[in-house]
Design a protein. Structure first.
Length: 211
């Protein structure tokens, strides 16, 4: 299973899988447009601007009238407000598999400060899981997947405490993002020797940004 992480972090998120699926749309249309000659569906996770760029979604809907948008129920109105035709929106129930012929999709419940989900993708006998912006993966099992794109926002509690500029920031990050220490333990419980992984949404120092 091929994937390209166009960007991952607080300055915008989008990953392309096998040229057919875009996960998140948090970048400008200019940065994304060349990928959408082949992309069939955009999977959206939550409403934050770095994952849901309203202007980019509006232009995509205008320029690609056959493009589908997949999300859970909490993003439907946001897509409609961006000009997406309701007929082009596929609304997912958490845990239910949706078959698109070339690939299958399952939305996974995650826990952020707004309603949030991740995705399991199945394609060509390969399996991928995408999970960012969540405080926990407890209860989520992804044994022997081929690709893990999972958040590793900060190293561990000690590293976060040392760089946190106030207690509110530290508490917010711990309550909305995963550490690499936590994710590494989860990966070791799920991966096999042939699995590959990427730490997503890694923190980059930019003044007093919140994530």
């Amino acid at each position: 299973m091929n994937y390209e992480i166009i960007n991952s972090g607080s300055d915008g998120n989008c990953t392309i899988v096998n040229g057919l699926i875009a996960i998140d749309c948090g970048l400008t249309y200019k940065k994304l447009k060349n990928y959408f000659n082949t992309v069939k569906i955009v999977l959206l996770t939550h409403i934050h601007h770095d994952h849901f760029n309203k202007k980019a979604i509006q232009i995509l809907a205008e320029n690609h009238p056959c493009l589908r948008f997949g999300c859970c129920e909490w993003l439907v109105q946001g897509l409609i407000d961006c000009g997406v035709n309701k007929k082009n929106i596929d609304v997912f129930e958490i845990g239910k598999k949706y078959d698109y012929g070339l690939f299958q999709i399952i939305a996974v419940k995650l826990y952020h400060d707004v309603p949030q989900c991740g995705y399991r993708l199945f394609m060509n006998d390969k399996k991928l899981i995408y999970a960012t912006d969540t405080r926990t993966l407890d209860g989520i099992i992804a044994k022997d997947y081929d690709v893990y794109l999972v958040e590793g926002n900060y190293e561990n509690d000690e590293e976060l405490h040392e760089r946190a500029y106030n207690s509110e920031y530290e508490a917010r990050v711990k309550n909305t993002h995963l550490s690499r220490e936590y994710t590494t333990k989860w990966l070791l419980e799920n991966m096999n020797d042939d699995s590959v992984y990427e730490f997503m949404h890694q923190h980059v120092e930019r003044g007093n940004e919140t994530c």
